[in-house]
Design a protein around this ligand. Structure first.
Ligand code: ADP
Length: 483
């Protein structure tokens, strides 16, 4: 089975969030399961230079005025073919994959990701670049939403699956872009790519893909409701038969406390006392008081409304009164960043806040903290809670989406036993007071080192690898090909 995996970010080349981690790990797991996988990505600035001997396959005339070069290389650290779309005007610029460094979204994003979508389709019909054509095109998030449409427009034999990693980002643009992107006028309607008067990449993906998936079973149900559906709930209910939820795994080699090169000391479930050494080093690094017995809470996150971290600010004073410490790494909404910085000023030595994106520090926080806090308002899958499980850093999470599917809550029984399935704490409701109650429960548990070690071991034993998830994807692909 040949599969083209289309994505707008991939670890370790370019990452803004969970999609990059998924793109960096799932193709490898699928290759290990026997699939013949190629990956397609825009060649943002610096990407070609990071890859080993890229070979120019040729050029594609994607739109009447856009001719781009296609390079073939491999994803670093793997043998998986990686195809890169080289268009200097569209991708070779200083800034993020989606944003100008200062002025928000790139104004030509419809064209930049229209091109990604179109090239994916052009590679899925006989072409001059390579004899290889996919049976399945796996599209990810709105940036690839027009691919299923173009596949149909071009009469490709390939089947498409469209994965929703976050329904909140939809790629809705002024309707006039449809001309530039050569979309058929007749399809600019509710039964097509139109969404409330706009051209919607997300809508196109949801409407035209042969199959839909999202990154956890609970989120697959949630997005069919008004609360989580962002206006797409009707369409998703209509397509419920074609929609499946498959929980992400994590890259268990990149995220392994036993070999993690970013840690000062490595540890595993049998050498948990060394985790304390990582904690002490982290406290020193971040300017926290060197109190190894103080429970240390960690946050690594985008600082946005979705992640619910405003609730943590709200309860911070009550929480910190217990003497626990807090280490935050993140960036996002300016107001929230300011609130966290103010908290650090108010609690020197007790709260450490690092604004920015810092991969090595994120590993050290994951390993050096005791409790990982993730009170998201919605969370399609979430990866950090799974990193927490793997590092014996107990997740405290909201009862939503992939958090609910990956963290097993529980309570100490009347006889004082820890349920053997418990791997973290799950908030009964999603509000600040419940967050406070749940964090206090975690802190109380932490105080009982016997129970805490037991909980850490149970968390570290949980299977969070891609293997099982990759099998689910494989089943979906097989279903698609036989339909
Ligand atoms: P989302 O994709 O919604 O941002 P996920 O939990 O799915 O959330 O994935 C976030 C990924 O980005 C994780 O790998 C996390 O460690 C990483 N991350 C988020 N913020 C930062 C940061 N400030 N520094 C380093 N890594 C970060």
């Amino acid at each position: 089975m040949r599969l083209l995996f289309v994505t707008s970010e991939i670890f370790p080349l370019i990452k803004t969030g969970g999609l990059a981690d998924v793109s960096g790990a799932l193709p490898a797991a699928l290759t290990a399961a026997g699939l013949d996988v190629q990956i397609l990505l825009p060649a943002y600035r610096g990407i070609l230079a990071q890859c080993e001997s890229p070979q120019r396959l040729g050029a594609l005339q994607a739109f009447h005025d856009i001719r781009c070069d296609i390079y073939r290389t491999t994803l670093p650290g793997t043998n998986i073919p990686l195809l890169l779309i080289d268009d200097l005007a569209l991708y070779d610029r200083y800034g993020g994959p989606y944003h100008h460094p200062v002025y928000g979204d790139w104004q030509d994003n419809p064209l930049r990701f229209g091109l990604l979508s179109k090239v994916a389709a052009m590679l899925s019909v006989p072409n001059m670049l390579q004899p290889w054509q996919p049976d399945i095109v796996h599209c990810n998030d709105w940036q690839t939403g027009l691919t299923p449409y173009y596949l149909r427009q071009m009469g490709s034999q390939a089947k498409s699956i469209f994965s929703i990693h976050n329904l909140a980002f939809q790629g809705n643009f002024h309707a006039d872009w449809r001309y530039r992107l050569t979309l058929n006028e007749n399809d600019f309607q509710a039964e097509g790519y139109e969404f409330y008067g706009h051209l919607s990449f997300m809508k196109a993906g949801l409407y035209y893909a042969d199959a839909l998936s999202t990154v956890s079973p609970t989120y697959a149900k949630e997005i069919q409701t008004e609360q989580f559906g962002f206006g797409f709930q009707g369409l998703l209910q209509h397509r419920a038969q074609d929609l499946t939820g498959i929980l992400n795994g994590i890259d268990t080699e990149v995220w392994d406390p036993a070999i993690d090169p970013y840690l000062p000391v490595n540890y595993d479930a049998f050498t948990l006392s060394r985790k304390n050494e990582v904690k002490q080093a982290l406290q020193t690094e971040l300017g926290l008081q060197p109190l190894v017995t103080a429970p240390l809470l960690g946050v690594v996150s985008r600082l946005t409304h979705q992640k619910g971290l405003d609730m943590l600010v709200e309860i911070a004073h009550e929480l910190l009164a217990s003497g626990c410490q807090l280490a935050v790494l993140g960036s996002g909404e300016a107001a929230l960043e300011q609130q966290y910085l103010a908290l650090m000023q108010q609690y020197p030595g007790q709260v450490a806040v690092t604004i920015g994106y810092n991969e090595p520090l994120s590993h050290r926080i994951m390993a050096g903290t005791d409790i990982f806090v993730m009170p998201s308002r919605f969370e399609p899958c979430g990866l950090n809670q799974m990193y927490g499980l793997r590092y014996g850093t107990i997740p405290v999470v909201a009862n939503t989406g992939g958090l609910a599917d990956s963290v097993q809550g529980g309570e100490i029984t009347a006889t004082g036993d820890l349920p053997p399935t418990m791997t973290g704490l799950v908030m009964a409701e999603n509000n600040p007071s419940t967050l406070l109650v749940t964090l206090r429960q975690a802190i109380q548990l932490y105080a009982n080192s016997g129970q805490w070690h037991q909980l850490q071991k149970q968390a570290m034993r949980q299977d969070v690898s891609w293997e099982t998830s990759a099998k689910h994807y494989l089943d979906e692909y097989k279903k698609l090909l036989s339909s």
